[in-house]
Design a protein around this ligand. Structure first.
Ligand code: 5GP
Ligand code: ZN
Length: 138
């Protein structure tokens, strides 16, 4: 896999050829503001090396990206007064991914903000849950 994909929007942001509001970075990851914020202060954290999604990212890049996401979450708490945070990753279109360079959404949460859960939790079927568990353990 090449380090950079010439057709990738987030590679261009990492390289500085497309503008973004970068707020933090480390040797292996970069954090910048999402242009369509879910809440005030929504940040995306990406590895510098191109990889399309969770299936493709190396364990090392994932760890570094997660570490920067945590640093950003603390910064959001301290500087913007967030009461909590949702970390979100979408992997593949079936899971809502639209930009195919791995990224973690750091979504600040404020008590009483209007953001909704994306699904309505309902009790699962215990046989089906057990069958999934067996398939995943095998
Ligand atoms: P996904 O849908 O893949 O989980 O998330 C992609 C995110 O990238 C979206 O939240 C979208 O708002 C953000 N995004 C798309 N284009 C741009 C852009 O040009 N600049 C920035 N900063 N964010 C972008
Ligand atoms: Zn890329």
């Amino acid at each position: 896999m090449p380090e950079t994909d010439p057709d990738c929007l987030f590679c261009a942001i990492v390289a500085g050829t497309i503008d973004a509001q970068i707020i933090d970075q480390s040797e292996q990851a970069v954090a910048f503001m999402d242009i369509n914020p879910a809440t005030r202060g929504h940040v995306l954290v990406v590895p510098r090396v191109h990889c399309s999604d969770l299936y493709e990212i190396s364990a090392g890049d994932l760890a570094e990206t997660a570490a920067l996401a945590r640093q950003v979450a603390l910064r959001i708490r301290d500087k913007l007064g967030a009461d909590g945070v949702n970390l979100l990753n979408s992997c593949r279109p079936a899971a809502w991914q639209t930009v195919f360079h791995f990224h973690m959404h750091v979504i600040p949460r404020y008590e009483g903000d209007p953001l909704q859960l994306p699904w309505v939790p309902e009790a699962g079927d215990s046989d089906s849950i057990a069958a999934c568990a067996a398939a995943l353990r095998s």
